[in-house]
Design a protein around this ligand. Structure first.
Ligand code: MN
Length: 312
């Protein structure tokens, strides 16, 4: 493993002809926006690029033209490449089957402080709010044109990872990179309309989810729990649930629990003050200081007990 500079990354990209691009499973706005934007940028540089994700891509991202080119692993006919470029994923496991199917040298561009340094070459910027912010910065500093469709994708990537410029990871540079996207043709209202779209059915599920909210530790910790029955109605799109509790005045740590089965619970942690990356680390997970995730081998009630035991 080597930590590389942006110059070394540029040299490696210049030399590579065939590049396979991938992102983490359960792809979010940053993962998808970053991947389609860099797909276009690398294609414009004359590269032969394949995008692959070992998961379904949520339909709300399909307004971005290049999303139609994203393949499932079973659709990739040729895994030979000069480079497997992994965006926004912090561990080898997070790229699913792609990691075993592609044997090319792994390059990783990421912003997770918990990055496990799994790649052969890592370009890591933990102070950046989004992988999309890194890519906007790279395109700008390398003089790579940012087309209107790239700008929309990069804007979506940045905006979705910083709560549309509201979270603590939003820096002066985050706003500058967002502004650069808009200067190059990104349409913030169009991105918001697609990404924040909801349905009447989803609001009905949210009504049920609201009933599960519990407060602990004098209101500093709030938990919203989606049991197996609710998860079946929610599907993969669990965006927005943690937002129902994170803005409560007394709440520091907002936790979304998602039942996978009777013995497994996925946990999303958001904080105003506490280092939730450290909490997630205790269960083998991680992420960012103010936003992290993990999986606990227990049912929802068990997960609540485990979490409350490690939260001061
Ligand atoms: Mn990200």
């Amino acid at each position: 493993m080597a930590i590389i500079t942006k110059e070394a990354l540029k040299n490696a990209l210049d030399e590579a002809q065939r590049i396979i691009l991938t992102v983490h499973v359960h792809p979010d706005g940053d993962a998808i926006g970053s991947m389609v934007a860099f797909y276009e940028a690398l294609s414009n540089e004359g590269k032969e690029v394949t995008m692959v994700v070992d998961d379904t891509v949520p339909a709300k991202y399909s307004f971005l033209a290049q999303v139609a080119h994203i393949k499932q692993p079973s659709e990739v006919l040729d895994w030979q490449a000069d480079m497997l470029l992994v965006l926004d994923a912090s561990t080898f496991e997070r790229i699913g089957k792609v990691g075993s199917l592609c044997k090319a040298p792994i390059f990783n561009i990421d912003h997770h402080i918990s990055n496990s340094q799994f790649a052969d070459s890592l370009y890591l910027c933990p102070e950046f709010a989004a992988t999309g912010e890194i890519l906007t910065y790279l395109c700008d500093s390398w003089g790579w044109p940012i087309t209107p469709s790239m700008a929309n994708a990069l804007y979506m990537a940045i905006a979705t990872d910083c709560g549309f410029f509201r979270f603590s990871n939003t820096t002066e540079q985050t706003l500058r990179m967002g502004a650069l996207c808009v200067a190059n043709g990104a349409q913030p209202n169009i991105v918001s309309e697609h990404v924040e779209v909801t349905t009447a059915a989803r609001i009905e599920v949210m009504k049920e989810a609201l009933q599960t909210i519990q407060f602990f530790k004098a209101g500093r910790v709030a938990i919203i729990a989606l049991d197996e029955a609710l998860m079946a109605k929610v599907g993969d799109d669990t965006d927005g649930y943690v937002d129902l509790i994170r803005n409560v005045d007394t709440v520091d740590i907002a936790i979304l629990l998602k039942a996978v089965d009777a013995h497994t619970t996925r946990v999303s942690l958001r904080a105003k003050v506490t280092d939730v990356n450290a909490i997630a680390n205790q269960f083998g997970g991680g992420g960012h200081v103010k936003a992290a995730g993990c999986t606990i081998n227990a049912n929802i009630q068990g997960a609540i007990e485990h979490l409350l035991a490690v939260i001061a």
